[in-house]
Write a protein that binds this ligand. Structure first.
Ligand SMILES: Cc1ncc(COP(=O)(O)O)c(C=O)c1O
Length: 434
């Protein structure tokens, strides 16, 4: 056996000899344009979303307008995170005590935690072989108390929005899209974040475009926009329209109510305007890199790619494939790591993975901030017959798919050589193990 074909884990030469690029797609592109956008804000001394020296336009407002244009929605409301964007969405929809919201068991914990923050009860559904929420299981988990579904376009790819919207209209449910990990992706040619009543985006540092932190609510509905705006800005104290509108009466019942402060600041907005211009370029590089690797490994027997609900709408963020069982998956990922490839598997994790429901201790144990245990013990919930039970093994399909999956991030900054070395490493390990 040559040193090249001997696995690195067994002492052979590594397939990938270049350093791994960290997965901060937009973050690593931050450069002169972002710097000068920030300097502009400081030079203008206009640092607050809703006012400052006259003659200067709010960068957050401009970002919201440009974002609406990019995603194809009527309204965008900038927030300080996706977590707050999700809470605004739930509140805007009037979801609260007594209501259940269905959420997938594979998503960052925040998607589920926001439901409790809005004082509603999460019901956790399976994901299917696309690793996005399983429409068949959504239907099984609907109860008379279900008001909404938070669908998560997980790890760069779209959910099956056609099936989800059909179910939503059949059962009269609201749809909130969590687009934190898939900004710029699409389903059948339409951008994610424009299908549901509400969309929520993240610009945290790990996301496709970033300012370190940040979020966005999207909606086509005027009323929902007003209510999200009201909540994110302490009852819309500073809502646009000039001083005469501030603290004025509500224009209709349900417009104004006490809220919080989830506003985006101007420096964040300025950076994100530059990053938004980078979005399509980042996606096309990730798509190119991913398809180059996929093409090289597509014929490996025993290796099955994650199913895509719409391949054309995939942002290309990550390559995921399934192997036959958890044991081989763990060994395969370890061997890839030894080859110099930043692969990961869900197997044998010593630290909790906050993306998998079975680690969501605070939900599984129904821990709440106050002792009376609302929303689970809330009268509104109990009188409707509400009784939710959680256990770590309640969604076996989700765990089964995740335990058989190998994940390889696809940084847009990778060269063709990097991609080819990754493919070579996968082929080498597959040749030895599958
Ligand atoms: C799917 C998903 N939803 C929500 C969030 C929360 O985003 P943020 O950190 O902007 O609050 C994240 C962040 O990792 C996420 O991945």
């Amino acid at each position: 056996m040559s040193l090249k074909s001997k696995l690195a884990i067994d002492g052979g030469a590594k397939a990938k000899t270049t350093p791994n690029i960290p997965m901060y797609p937009g973050g690593l592109e931050i450069g002169e344009e972002e710097k000068s956008a920030v300097m502009q804000v400081l030079d203008d001394k206009y640092l607050f979303r809703y006012y400052g020296p006259s003659g200067v336009e709010s960068k957050v407002k401009l970002f919201e307008e440009e974002f609406s244009e990019k995603i194809g929605v009527k309204h965008s409301l900038a927030t300080n995170s996706c977590t707050s964007a999700l809470i605004c969405s739930l509140v805007a929809l009037g979801i609260g005590p007594g209501d259940e919201v269905i959420v997938p068991g594979y998503t960052f914990f925040a998607s589920c935690a926001t439901i409790v923050a809005a004082r509603a009860v999460p019901v956790i559904a399976e994901v299917d072989d696309s690793l996005t929420i399983d429409p068949v299981d959504i239907e099984k988990k609907i109860t008379p108390r279900t008001k909404a579904i938070i669908v998560v376009h997980m790890r760069g790819v779209p959910c099956d929005m056609a099936k989800i919207l059909t179910l939503a209209s059949k059962y009269n449910l609201k749809v909130i899209e969590d687009v934190a990990q898939s900004a710029g992706g699409s389903f059948k040619g339409t951008r994610l974040g424009s299908f549901g009543e509400m969309g929520a985006f993240s610009f945290q540092y790990h996301k496709i475009i970033t300012a370190g932190e940040g979020g966005m609510v999207t909606t086509n509905d005027n009323l929902l926009y007003d209510r999200a705006m009201s909540y994110h800005d302490t009852a819309a104290c500073w809502r646009p329209g000039g001083p005469e509108k501030r603290f004025s009466k509500a224009r209709y019942s349900g417009e104004l109510f006490p809220g919080v402060n989830y506003r985006m600041n101007e420096i964040t907005g300025a950076i994100l305007r530059v990053q938004l211009n980078r979005l399509d370029g980042l996606i096309s590089k990730m798509r190119y890199n991913k398809s180059r690797i996929k093409k090289a490994i597509e014929n490996i027997p025993g290796l099955e790619f994650r199913r895509l609900n719409d391949a054309a709408g995939d942002t290309g963020l990550v390559l995921i494939f399934f192997l036959s069982d958890p044991e081989i998956t763990g060994r395969f990922a370890d061997a890839l790591k030894a080859e110099g490839i930043a692969a990961s598997s869900m197997h044998n994790k010593s630290v909790p993975d906050w993306h998998i429901y079975s680690y969501w201790e605070m939900i599984l144990n129904k821990w709440t901030a106050t002792q009376e245990g609302c929303p689970y013990t809330c009268d509104y919930y109990l009188k409707e017959g509400g009784k939710v039970n959680y256990s770590p093994d309640m969604n076996p399909n989700t765990l089964q798919y995740l335990h058989r999956s190998v994940h390889i991030d696809i940084p847009p900054q990778m060269t063709e050589d990097d991609c080819d070395m990754i493919s070579e490493g996968i082929l080498k390990v597959a040749n030895a193990y599958l």
